[in-house]
Design a protein around this ligand. Structure first.
Ligand code: P6P
Length: 344
């Protein structure tokens, strides 16, 4: 096998990249590997879910008031456990937990990082066998000793050290960035190793996919309605009418649009002015990835990564994709829906 097509594993890649940070001592490397380990365990259960009685409801509700599926609970437990024993993380914010989980054991209290995570996004699709995902973001702690604090988690996206997602689909992939580009790794389930399959991921130059739940059309701001009309006009030189693709699983929609090109919009509506998606562990991590892939992420008026979170489960409108597509939506929002600008 010649060197140029030798398989590069996630572990090899992370260690190689660590050498680009002179001050790095391996903590982030170990943290990313802890996340990858938990992802492999969750992946195994998701693939087995159809076989054993793990589908259905755990019987409890999470902080969102959503009935928790067993896999939601299982995934949350796996990531929390992996990060707790890994010792590099001193606190977690999870979609499944109302408050932060602060690790008080003597190893984790020395952890330099905190993690915000949606352990299983899109879980309402589990029974339909639609791709679902884990989304995570990593920050340096601000506090200096002891278990992590709420303030360690309430940081804007520009402070992020790393972000990524795992998509559990026809194949399982881990896609992440540490601020030097986006790289995708596909799991070889026969040996349980993530292998580099999508180096240096970038949005395609031209894109013609738009992803939005048009069932909410009547609740959209006028600026979004005008943009949908723009997508549906016929103009072959700008590849319109665009193709509508929306699967109701953000990780799957985001991943497809990153690879094929396309914009994903979950706007604020008259019913939910801040939209549905959570800033800390959904919008900010994919915003970091989008920017690193040459794209843009906005709430319609502001850069997602500059929004200062006030609360752990705060929502934000999300318009994310190739820069030109996002900027067109922002122009429509400024012209037709200035009143929708989030009150900072
Ligand atoms: P709607 C899944 O529940 C989720 O949080 C995202 O993964 C997805 O993009 C969105 O909600 C779908 O929401 O209102 O279109 O069903």
């Amino acid at each position: 096998m010649t060197s140029q097509n030798r398989i590069k594993t996630l572990t090899q890649f992370i260690i190689e990249r660590q050498s680009q940070y002179p001050q790095a001592k391996g903590a982030l490397t170990r943290l990313l590997n802890d996340i990858a380990t938990a992802a492999k365990i969750v992946n195994r259960e998701i693939n087995a879910a159809g076989l054993v009685d793990i589908l259905g409801y755990e019987g409890s509700d999470n902080v969102q008031g959503e009935a928790q599926k067993k896999l939601d609970v299982y995934a949350n437990e796996q990531f929390i456990q992996a990060l707790k024993v890994g010792g590099e993380c001193c606190a977690i914010a999870s979609e499944e937990n109302e408050k932060i989980i602060s690790f008080q054991n003597e190893i984790s209290e020395m952890g330099k990082y905190v993690v915000a995570i949606d352990p299983l996004d899109g879980s309402s699709n589990i029974e339909a066998n639609v791709s679902i995902g884990t989304v995570f973001s990593i920050y340096r702690r601000k506090s200096d000793i002891g278990g992590g604090k709420l303030d360690d988690l309430l940081q804007p996206g520009v402070n992020m050290v790393a972000a990524g997602y795992i998509i559990y689909g026809s194949s399982t992939m881990l896609v992440y960035t540490t601020g030097k580009g986006v790289n995708g790794f596909t799991l070889d389930p026969s040996v349980g190793i993530f292998c580099l399959s999508h180096p240096d991921m970038k949005y395609p130059e031209t894109s013609n996919i738009y992803s939005i739940n048009e069932g909410n059309y009547i609740f959209f701001p006028e600026g979004v309605k005008q943009y949908i009309k723009y997508c549906q006009e016929s103009d072959p030189k700008t590849l319109r009418p665009y193709t509508s693709r929306y699967i109701g699983s953000m990780v799957a929609d985001f991943h497809r649009n990153l690879i094929k090109g396309g914009i994903f919009i979950y706007p604020g509506t008259t019913q939910q002015p801040n939209g549905k998606l959570r800033l800390l562990y959904e919008c900010s991590p994919v915003a970091f990835l989008a920017e690193q892939a040459g794209g843009k992420a906005s709430d319609g008026f502001n850069r997602i990564m500059e929004i200062e979170p006030r609360t752990l489960h705060q929502r934000a409108p999300l318009i994310i994709g190739p820069k030109a597509m996002v900027e067109r939506v922002e122009a429509y929002m400024r012209e037709h829906s200035p009143e929708a600008a989030p009150k900072v």
